[in-house]
Design a protein around this ligand. Structure first.
Ligand code: NOJ
Length: 572
């Protein structure tokens, strides 16, 4: 068992009851993609033993919570987002006992645990789906999913025109027990991911029970996968393609979905009073309309949603300011997200001449050359901008090392079903999921133990020798050292508490805002202000009068902030 790190032990918040009640409002949350974080047993795939061994690294980084991507038993048709048992751990990752130990050890470090729950769909190996196939048309077992007869003379056509988000039809035809071609079932993602029917009481009850199962084991939060997709129009009408998400859309952001999350909130709230403090729910909701998004974080519903407009936003001051303002207007604690396991890594995005992102247009973005030095400089500036904003910040593993999107994975090694289902038209998400480099000068860079029998499940670029945790720990100018410093200041600086943001006048292409702590607590001074200035313009800008530089993402000399650089100043 690891002892709590100095950073967690000295964090005044971990013992304060206000922090415990609402830690998720301002936490720094590390997204741990378990397959690619650290391999403890040498099979080339990350696991819970690897994660446990590196808890001290995460504690020293200064994060408050870890979000684990799915760790459940899964045939891994979609890297674990096809779950066959929601109450256990896949053997490739470890055991339930390992998860219990991991949760306890993380708590001892002052780190909270968020896990992924996938309510829209299961795996085709889930016992309920096997039972549905066996029970046949019209059965209660089939009513937990969306089975329908096909169209056409002999049912040879899918029941409607819905397309899978991963490409191809959203329907697959089954063979009935007697060997005849049978009904079709709906899968908004891969065929191995049949959609649940949320009109089924069995489904609703079972998921509430799954939440209780994990909250009772000490889990502090749930990330809800594809949270806007659960409910379908039972008439399953064709889509025209022009209906916006919302009540008129047959499967995206339907109003009925809110009843589900209201009942989940009641489950979460029923655990709030124990020694672990508040339990939280965060939704993965991709919606362009912020008033529709706001409904998910309305009273009695989810605590927060991921800020995808921020992730997708180009490196442009006016656009970022608009997203920041609309986030602050959402009526819920903000989250700030620069990257995740579905999106291109931030260094690569900001190193292209089009710095926006959109999951649906990945091939377009991959068509641009990437200037890694420029992208890294901007990613450093973005890190300081992001960590100065009020709210919670999500850090996707490897972001703290400045890893880039690996766009040249050989085709035969690609694993993402998006690649296969689009017949190679979309490279998919493997490039953001390459195993982390920890140490050493060649692959597997300490990802797997010495003498491991298997290579990492995706190949690591040899250039990552300069981006290992060991190399970056020794380099004062590294991304890792910047993240550590920023997280330390963000945690200890009163101005970065639950204080609002106040925009300051700034030149075109520059973002400047203050965070001010009014003081007033006996042992604190009169009040402190920290100003964050991010220069996204093409030229240098002068710094205002200040009492000191707390942190800068690049060199700041002679009172001048260079392009693509951010700084935190103490004012007054
Ligand atoms: C969203 C997840 O983030 C993604 O990785 C997954 O493929 C889909 N949901 C389907 O579960």
């Amino acid at each position: 068992m690891h002892t709590p790190s100095a950073s967690a032990a000295s964090d005044p918040r971990s013992s304060s009851s206000a922090w415990l009640t609402s830690w998720w409002k301002s936490a720094a949350i590390y997204q741990l993609y378990v397959r690619s974080f650290a391999d403890g047993d040498g099979d080339g795939i990350g696991d819970l033993a690897g994660a446990r061994a590196h808890l001290p690294y995460l504690a020293a980084l200064g994060i408050d919570a870890i979000w684990f991507n799915p760790w459940y038993p899964s045939p891994m048709a979609d890297a674990g987002y096809d779950i066959s048992d929601y109450r256990s751990i896949d053997p490739v990752f470890g055991t339930l006992a390992d998860a219990d130990a991991l949760i306890a050890e993380a708590h001892a470090h002052g780190i909270k645990i968020i896990i992924d729950v996938v309510p829209n769909h299961s795996s085709d190996r889930h016992p309920w789906f096997a039972a549905a196939l066996a029970a046949g048309p019209g059965s209660a077992e089939r009513s937990r999913f969306w089975f329908r007869p096909g169209r056409g003379v002999a049912g040879e056509l899918p029941p409607n025109n819905w397309q899978s988000i991963f490409g191809g039809s959203a329907w697959t035809r089954v063979t009935e027990a007697d060997g005849s071609p049978g009904e079709w079932y709906l899968h908004l993602f891969a065929p191995e991911q049949p959609d649940f029917n949320w009109g089924s009481t069995d489904v609703r009850r079972d998921f509430e029970d799954v939440l209780r199962f994990w909250f009772s084991r000490g889990v502090d939060g749930i990330r809800i996968d594809s949270a806007a997709l659960n409910c379908k129009d039972p008439g399953l009408p064709d889509v025209s393609g022009s209906e916006p998400p919302g009540p008129a859309h047959p499967f995206m952001d339907r109003d009925e979905v809110h009843e589900i999350y209201q009942s989940w909130r009641a489950v979460a709230d029923s655990y709030g009073g124990d020694e672990h403090g508040g339990r939280m729910l965060i939704g993965e909701v991709w919606l362009p309309d912020s008033s529709r998004l706001a409904r998910y974080v309305g009273p009695g519903e989810l605590h927060s949603v991921f800020n995808f407009p921020y992730l997708n936003c180009p490196w442009d001051a006016a656009s970022l300011r608009q997203v920041i303002d609309s986030t602050m207007g959402l009526g819920a604690p903000a989250t700030w997200v620069l990257s995740n396991h579905d999106a291109d890594r931030v260094v690569s995005r900001y190193g292209r001449s089009d710095t926006a992102f959109d999951l649906d247009r990945r091939p377009y973005f991959h068509g641009f050359p990437v200037d890694l030095a420029l992208g890294t400089r901007r990613a450093r500036a973005a890190a300081l901008l992001t960590m100065a904003l009020p709210g919670a910040v999500y850090i996707y593993q490897g972001e703290e090392l400045g890893l880039w999107e690996v766009q040249d994975i050989p085709d035969e090694l690609r694993q993402d079903p998006i690649w296969a289902r689009t017949l190679g038209a979309d490279p998919g998400r493997d490039g953001s999921r390459v195993p982390l480099p920890w140490s050493g000068t060649e692959p597997p860079f300490g990802f797997s133990p010495a003498g491991a029998e298997s290579d990492p499940w995706l190949p690591q670029p040899k250039e990552w020798r300069d981006l290992t945790v060991a190399a970056e720990s020794a380099n004062p100018d590294s991304m890792l050292r910047l993240y550590r410093a920023a997280l330390r200041i963000r945690r200890s600086e009163p101005a970065f508490g639950e204080t609002p943001l106040t925009w300051q006048p700034s030149a075109d292409g520059v973002l400047a805002f203050d965070r001010h702590d009014a003081g007033g607590v006996e042992d604190r001074e009169a009040g402190v202000t920290v100003r964050c200035i991010a220069n996204l313009s093409a030229g240098p800008v002068g710094l205002p009068p200040h009492a000191g530089v707390l942190l800068a993402s690049g060199p700041v000399h002679g009172g001048v902030l260079p392009p693509d650089t951010s700084v935190w100043l103490r004012i007054g």
